[in-house]
Design a protein around this ligand. Structure first.
Ligand code: HEM
Length: 379
């Protein structure tokens, strides 16, 4: 969405619901959802990506629309996944010829397949989210002073922005854990030492610096918004930055991946190309908070407003994955750590690995998930 009045109205409404304090109030929901996730991974470890969608999508549906019924959430997540896959692929600048040659936009409809696709995605998205928002509409409209369509699009963009990015980051974590086994072993040793026989919670974040470093390193190693979110220079005149000219109206693309591989910034002790949480724990200043030196959430006034919620959702999932499971490469199968999809949010291409419960833990996962499902339906 371009910078302007609609963006300002929606952003300010959203920020009120995503302060650090508000994010903390969602912790019981995240904890319970995480237990359900662990159970889902126990039953279908190979569908880890799908299970991550249900986890992050379920949290977002509860926050945005108050949905809690697991089956209802799963169905909505499925419908939406299809739609945003199409829209995210189209959002990469250069996907359609019209991005590169804007005058093509004057062609008639039958010569502009990109327009037909965009209209279809827009109409379907509009229908699903307007329906979804129906039952919370009256209450929120008054509170937020947004009209129906604004409210539908605000909740929709929050849902989409939060679900796909969190899923992609967790799948990337699985790829890293399976490809760099010593990092997982170190995280498990830290959790066993600090938590003993209980699963980690968000209150352990400061006592588990290595696990925290795993989350920061996952976001650095493969930033899921690899090419940044493109922004248009809205100035009416050319702008200059560090001697470089930015023509008025130009599309500015942030090369997040390139920045993450900067050896001067990240590679002083360990090569920036490899997944190595110790690059954070070994620093004189320690791991730092989740946002320090972490470019994965973007920058400036467009920085991700959901980041306080995101880091909680990621930390709880990663810490619990390490506590409950061993994640190992398959014998004779090598994971290509450079194979990612190309879209606005990049995911690892499907790969195989083992996600197995650690000794004696499977029965506990079942028990915890039962209690969590009940809690979720009452939240
Ligand atoms: C791992 C998780 C996440 C990552 C990596 C991520 C990353 C990003 C990035 C890079 C941007 C663009 C910033 C820019 O333009 O410079 C962004 C924008 C945004 N994110 Fe996130 N995000 C995550 C989770 C979330 C969550 C959980 C929510 C909602 C609760 C959310 C809501 C948004 C919204 C609404 C925007 C658009 C902001 C605007 O246009 O002003 N994100 N995010």
């Amino acid at each position: 969405m371009p910078y302007g009045e609609t963006w300002r109205r929606q952003r300010s409404a959203f920020q009120r619901d995503m302060t650090p304090q508000k994010a903390t109030s969602y912790v019981p929901l995240i904890n319970a959802s995480c237990k359900v996730l662990m159970h889902a991974l126990l039953r279908s470890p190979e569908q880890f990506e799908e299970n991550f969608y249900k986890y992050s999508g379920g949290i977002m549906l509860k926050i945005c629309y108050g949905l809690s019924d697991e089956r209802e959430c799963d169905n909505v997540v499925k419908d939406l996944t299809k739609i945003w896959e199409a829209s995210l692929a189209a959002a990469v600048p250069g996907t359609n010829l019209v991005d590169l040659v804007p005058s093509l936009d004057y062609l008639p409809d039958f010569l502009s397949p990109w327009r037909k696709d965009a209209v279809r995605v827009r109409d379907e998205t509009r229908r699903i989210f307007t329906d979804l928002v129906q039952h919370v509409r009256e209450k929120n409209k008054e509170k937020l002073r947004l009209d129906d369509l604004d409210l539908a699009f605000l909740t929709a963009s929050v849902f989409e922005a939060g679900t796909d990015t969190t899923t992609a980051t967790l799948s990337t974590f699985i790829m890293a854990a399976a490809s760099y086994p010593s990092a997982l072993v170190a995280a498990q040793a830290e959790i066993d030492r600090v938590c003993g026989d209980r699963p980690p919670t968000i209150d352990d974040v400061e006592s588990l610096p290595f696990v925290k470093a795993m989350v920061k390193e996952t976001m650095r190693w493969r930033p899921v918004v690899a090419g940044g979110v493109p922004h248009q220079a809205t100035t009416t005149e050319d702008d200059y930055y560090n001697g470089m000219r930015i023509p008025a109206g130009a599309l500015v693309i942030v090369n997040q991946y390139g920045m993450a591989m900067n050896q001067t910034m990240y590679g002083q002790k360990y090569n920036a190309e490899i997944f190595e949480p110790r690059r954070w724990t070994d620093r004189p200043e320690g791991v730092g908070d989740m946002f320090e030196a972490n470019q994965g959430f973007g920058f400036g006034r467009r920085i991700c407003p959901g980041r306080h919620l995101a880091v909680k959702t990621l930390f709880i999932a990663v810490a619990n994955l390490c506590y409950w499971f061993d994640i190992r490469p398959r014998k004779g199968y090598s994971i290509d750590v450079h194979k990612f999809t190309s879209a606005l949010v990049v995911h690892p291409e499907p790969f195989k690995c083992y996600i197995m419960p650690r000794t004696g833990r499977a029965a506990h996962i079942e028990k915890e998930a039962e209690a969590a499902s009940e809690l979720l339906s009452n939240l």
